[in-house]
Write a new protein. Structure first.
Length: 239
């Protein structure tokens, strides 16, 4: 049995010294302790989950439910895709978690840098990182020499500018957030002449920007699907 020694002062002390920020990754591993032996016998993947806290060997606490673990660590390179699969979760930005301060005996009392190990375990659970190659896009009939601000000004004042302003400037419309992301990416592809790297950069300035966009699998999938949808681009020569 794992002992429960959580105190409010311990949790407060941990939170005062370790705040969630870029470069600090929070790895959440949740498994039912009573079934660990059974789970270990099923697949190597589950075994990797169960033993992750031993391999990472950084500050580890028992979750509030008493049936899971929170592993806190530092990394120089956060994973680029996949944050949750079953009872295994990895978060590195903008995530709330109830810190108990119930330190798991035998683990370090400070945050350790586990960059390589975190990426290794992440690959075991989620598979290899996605292909980051963007699809080729036909070049526009004329080079787009306008700045981002100039292009945004055109998009906002166009005949359908109201919808663009709703998507880009907010407040974020109600509905499926992923569909709304896709709609804005399609509009940006048109106005930015199919430049996917530039679309990515400008999207990050919009009201729709959220942590999910930082996931390479989601971001690239949205960009690729939009590139297949949009077949015409803005060209100054048409004005």
């Amino acid at each position: 049995m794992l002992s429960r020694r959580a105190t409010a002062s311990a949790a407060a002390e941990f939170k005062s010294h370790h705040r969630m920020s870029e470069g600090l990754n929070l790895l959440l591993l949740r498994c039912e302790f009573g079934t660990l032996h059974q789970l270990q016998e099923r697949t190597n993947r589950v075994f990797a989950l169960v033993t992750a806290y031993k391999r990472l060997n950084s500050f580890t606490e028992i979750s509030g439910s008493g049936t899971g673990l929170h592993i806190f660590l530092k990394t120089q390179q956060p994973p680029t895709s996949g944050c949750r699969r079953g009872s295994f979760e990895v978060y590195w930005t903008r995530r709330w978690v109830a810190i108990t301060g119930d330190h798991l005996a035998g683990t370090p009392t400070d945050l350790e840098d586990r960059t390589d190990l975190l990426l290794e375990i992440h690959r075991e659970v989620f598979g290899p990182p996605p292909d980051t190659t963007l699809p080729p896009v036909a070049p526009p009939t004329a080079p787009l020499l306008l700045s981002d601000d100039e292009v945004l000004a055109l998009a906002r004042t166009a005949a359908n500018g109201l919808r663009f302003r709703e998507l880009f400037d907010g407040p974020v419309p109600a509905g499926d957030h992923s569909r709304i992301d896709f709609a804005l990416v399609c509009k940006l592809l048109f106005w930015l002449a199919g430049d996917l790297d530039r679309v990515d950069r400008v999207f990050r300035k919009s009201a729709l920007m959220r942590p999910k966009w930082l996931r390479a699998d989601y971001r690239l999938s949205t960009l690729r699907n939009a590139a297949r949808r949009v077949i015409e681009y803005y060209s100054p020569s048409k004005d």
